[in-house]
Design a protein around this ligand. Structure first.
Ligand SMILES: [Zn+2]
Length: 91
């Protein structure tokens, strides 16, 4: 099974990219898909500690695009723990 890290997002220079079955996939999305299940349409995987190379399952949370925008908005202080749903649940 071909499944390995191939590089880094050239545009943002932060997200790691893996190649899975000849498809390019963000490493954090791959980890989530493998360990937590599906990512519904419109949902994103966020790095809780802000380190986009820290792709441990514990550092990832699946949030809606809207919530994700808030998490990255500098004007809104949001504690990521507030949006973490346990047991792989979704917001
Ligand atoms: Zn994020």
């Amino acid at each position: 099974m071909s499944n390995h890290l191939v590089g880094i997002n050239q545009r943002t220079k932060d997200y790691l990219i893996s190649k899975v079955n000849n498809r390019m996939l963000f490493e954090h999305r791959k980890v989530w898909l493998e360990q937590c299940g599906n990512i519904p349409k419109g949902y994103m995987i966020h790095h809780i500690n802000g380190d986009k190379k820290d792709n441990r399952k514990e550092n990832l949370v699946c949030v809606s695009r809207k919530v994700h925008g808030k998490l990255h908005s500098k004007s809104v202080v949001t504690n990521p723990q507030d949006v973490v749903i346990k047991d792989g649940g979704l917001i």
